[in-house]
Ligand binder design. Structure first.
Ligand code: NDP
Length: 350
């Protein structure tokens, strides 16, 4: 049983050396007397929220999910196949998804947190992203389909004709937000960190316009050109300078849904946002978003998203890496923008 364990707690940018691949031997059945499910992990999800758990936090720090333990496998969402079960809801061969560990086999001792795959006709990997859900787990989750839907549709509450800006737009959350914005009849512009991603946004993901914030470094000017009349909804995944620039362009009564601040996760000194004062004269509504508050919507969102995918109204761009050995680099790559689309790792296909 190969696994990815945390080698040391992280400060600053994570590196592949912060993790290591180790192997142990596991019995491929649930130990006697235990109500549990043993799964073979098929697809692992890589999510930015995992970074927070790689740091060792003091008691004095903000209320966050528990830290990963040095020497133990990382934890995140995944898709797996049941190998053995002593829980009445699951049997060998079932395909499931839920919170798992970064190893080939995981003994799930809280099987209530596992979900069956309701749409096996769609690619299984979609359950690491567009179709997944936080479930009843006490973790800050990294799942992205529900995040995109709830942050944009429930909090952003778009109206037809709204001007929408999405950052990290080609990523797991951003690509779905952009497509939901088009379905809602909005004008949508995305920012991303390479010309390849910008091209993807415009040609495959249906964005009206997009720009590369690494080459158009004056983000305020880039937004002014694309939103001469201002922005109604900004779906923020990055924070920092992009948030600062977007605040300058927000229309009176506009909404900033702060879903993530990935530009800040690895900094010792956070960027000081200067344009917050505009919240008052322009009556800008700023919402902090956490998907854990929306899991009750999951069944509805899963059906709606599955429908859009089947109708071709939503396409899913994934960045698939092969083999558990590739998982550390895939995770680290999120913070350099190396992923093109939802990042996941295939451990096994069946
Ligand atoms: P993505 O698939 O978008 O991958 C991360 C992307 O972030 C990278 O590809 C890169 O794209 C961009 N990025 C990395 N570093 C920077 C930087 N310094 N400045 C600007 N952009 C950067 O990830 P997800 O879609 O899974 O997550 C997007 C955001 O949503 C994250 O902030 C995440 O924490 C948050 N999130 C929040 C949830 C919640 O409940 N609030 C739930 C799930 C996710 P590029 O090449 O364009 O720079």
């Amino acid at each position: 049983n190969k696994k990815v364990v945390l080698r040391r707690h992280v400060t600053g940018f994570p590196t592949v050396e912060d993790m290591e691949i180790v192997a142990d031997t596991v019995e491929l059945r649930v130990p006697a007397g235990l109500t549990a499910v043993l799964i073979k992990n098929l697809y692992l999800s890589c999510d930015p929220w995992m970074r927070e758990r790689m740091t060792r936090h003091d008691d004095a720090d903000a209320l966050l999910a528990s830290d990963f333990v040095v020497g133990e496998a990382l934890i995140n969402f995944g898709v797996g196949k049941v190998i053995d079960s002593t829980h009445p809801k699951f049997k060998a061969g079932d395909l499931v998804w839920g919170m798992s560990t970064w190893e080939e086999y995981t003994l799930i001792t809280q099987p209530e947190s596992l979900m069956k795959i309701n749409h096996p006709e769609l690619p299984l990997s979609y359950y690491t992203g567009v179709l997944d859900d936080p479930m009843l787990v006490n973790y800050h989750p990294g799942m992205t389909g529900l995040t995109a839907y709830a942050a944009f549709m429930e909090v952003g509450r778009p109206k037809s004709g709204d001007f929408v800006f999405v950052s990290a737009a080609s990523g797991a959350v951003g690509q779905i937000v952009g497509q939901l914005a088009k379905i809602a009849g909005c004008y949508v512009v995305g920012s991303a960190g390479s010309d390849e991603k910008v091209n993807l946004l415009k040609t495959k993901l249906g964005f009206d316009d997009a720009f590369n914030y690494k080459s158009e470094t004056d983000i305020a000017a880039a937004l002014k050109r694309r939103f001469p009349d201002g922005i109604d909804i900004y779906l923020d995944s990055v924070g920092g300078e992009t948030l600062d620039a977007a605040l300058l362009r927000m229309r009176r009564g506009g909404k900033v849904v702060v879903c993530g601040m990935i530009s800040q996760y690895n900094l010792q000194e956070p960027y000081g946002v200067r344009n917050l004062y505009l919240i008052v004269p322009n009556a800008i509504n700023v919402y902090g978003f956490n998907v854990t508050g929306y899991f009750q919507m999951y069944a509805k969102v899963e059906e709606e998203m599955a429908g859009y995918i089947k109708e071709g109204k939503v396409v899913v761009v994934e960045d698939v890496k092969e083999g558990i050995e590739s998982a550390p680099a895939a995770l680290v790559g999120l913070f350099a923008g190396r992923n093109v689309g939802k990042q996941l790792v295939v451990i096994a296909r069946e």
